[in-house]
Each structure stands twice: as structure tokens, then as C-alpha cells.
Design a protein. Sequence first.
Length: 137
Amino acid sequence: MKRRGEVNIVVADYLDNKFIPDTVDINITSYDLRHIIISRWYYGVYLIAKNYLINNLICTDDKKNFHHKTNEDKHIFSIWHRIANTNNGNFHSDLIQGEKLAELREYYEYSGNLCNDTDFDNARRIFNEIYEILNTF
């Protein structure tokens, strides 16, 4: 899983920094790619977090342990809350931002709206913070 997460991140990096729109037959701008980039960033860190939780026997490989968002009314906690609670609360507020990244991914993936600069920069910041933290585990 960790390798697949890293591959998602490499694809996002390529689309964000190296994609040349002139190489395709349709008119594509960087704004057209942002929902894909956010999605790859999200799934990259999601798979790395999932790998960590399973390999360290914190959670079993069961779908109920890996929700994208928390629903406290139903006592369902996101993967981000689970991983944030594993290290004595260190990085807790940074890691639970994974839920915000999940929301951005979901909104831009399914709404058909183009991602604005503010949301894209926010997604990049959240991704970078989570990725950096996960690499310390």
C-alpha cells in the first residue's frame, strides 16, 4: 500500500509541475488538472497512513477502520483521527486536516467546478504537512 501511495504522489507531482498541455489534442489548463492532483495527493497520504496503521497492528485491514471523515454521532472516526491518536496526540491537529483534504477532493472531483487558487494552495499545504509527518513515523 505504501508504494501505491507514493506512486499516487509522483503522479500528482508530475501533473502539477511537469505536464505540458501542448502534448495533447484538447485544450487543457492547469486548472483542469487540479481535481486530479488533489485526488492523487489525498489517496497518496491515505494509503501511506493506512499502511502504517495496519503494519503497526493499530488497525486491522477492515473498511470500518479507514473512513475518510468522522461522524461522531455514529461513533465513526476517520483514518486521520485514528492515526492522530496513535502518537500520544503529537501532530493531532495537523493530521486531522486529512478530513479537510478529503472534503476538497470530494467537492472538486464530483462537482465539476474548477479548483480556485486558494483551495488548491490549501490542499497543497495540508498534503505537504501530512506527508512530512507520515515520513517521520
